[in-house]
Design a protein around this ligand. Structure first.
Ligand code: 5GP
Length: 207
């Protein structure tokens, strides 16, 4: 298993689950970096290239696939989305925790390559609430909303393949669940070898 200095966190949620707002809160804490993905979808109002995504056409995306530049990529709602290795590896090497905000197929691909990642799925309290939030956001046409709702139901069924599930009913609770997960992960025995060495070192000093 490839172990890195920073932790890789894979964060999936159907669109409209409040994932963006959750991530804003999480990033404020200061110890995480969110990877910027490549996509072939058009920018939404207010989005900017190199900030929300690297926007590219199909040919440019295909070129990156050919050059093995992606950790993973997937086709989602008729558009390609992919995580560039350059957005992940250099940061993990520097000890920075990297969050990938990606959909389920890509997340499962990352799980095969990087089983040491922390896989978190964020679900809405209900499908009705998800539909209501997508309407309220008002960035998609009605048929796109229905496509995303049906995609979401399929994704929620796959949430059992993740390590953790957070139900985003109230933002504050969902963010606090995220930090609980990260804190529990820090205490896992498999990542505590150094701590144990220190403990044993102290023990031998005292003998
Ligand atoms: P949106 O178009 O709403 O920004 O994103 C649609 C879906 O694509 C979301 O579920 C989002 O998590 C996912 N996504 C964003 N970037 C990536 C990526 O690099 N790889 C994969 N597999 N999915 C991504």
């Amino acid at each position: 298993m490839k172990m890195s200095k920073g932790r890789l966190i894979v964060f999936s949620a159907p669109s409209g689950c409040g994932k963006g707002t959750m991530l804003e809160e999480i990033l404020k804490e200061g110890s995480f970096r969110c990877s910027i993905s490549a996509t072939t979808r058009d920018p939404r109002p207010g989005e900017a290239d190199g900030v929300n995504y690297y926007y590219m056409n199909n040919d440019e995306f295909a070129e990156h696939i050919k050059n093995n530049d992606f950790l993973e990529y997937a086709l989602y709602c008729d558009h390609y989305y992919g995580t560039l290795l350059s957005e992940v590896e250099p940061y993990l090497e520097k000890g920075i925790n990297v969050i990938l905000e990606i959909e389920v197929q890509g997340a499962m691909r990352v799980k095969e390559i990087r089983p040491d990642g922390i896989f978190i799925f964020v679900a809405p309290p209900s499908i009705q609430e998800l539909r209501r939030r997508l309407h309220k956001r008002g960035t998609e046409a009605e048929d796109v909303i229905e496509q995303r709702v049906s995609e979401a139901a399929g994704e929620i069924e796959q949430s059992v393949n993740y390590d953790y599930i957070i139900i985003n009913d109230a933002l504050e609770d969902a963010v606090s669940d995220f930090f609980d997960i990260i804190n529990a992960e820090k205490l896992k025995a498999e990542f505590s070898a150094k701590k144990i060495e220190e403990v044993l070192g102290k023990c031998s000093d005292q003998q």
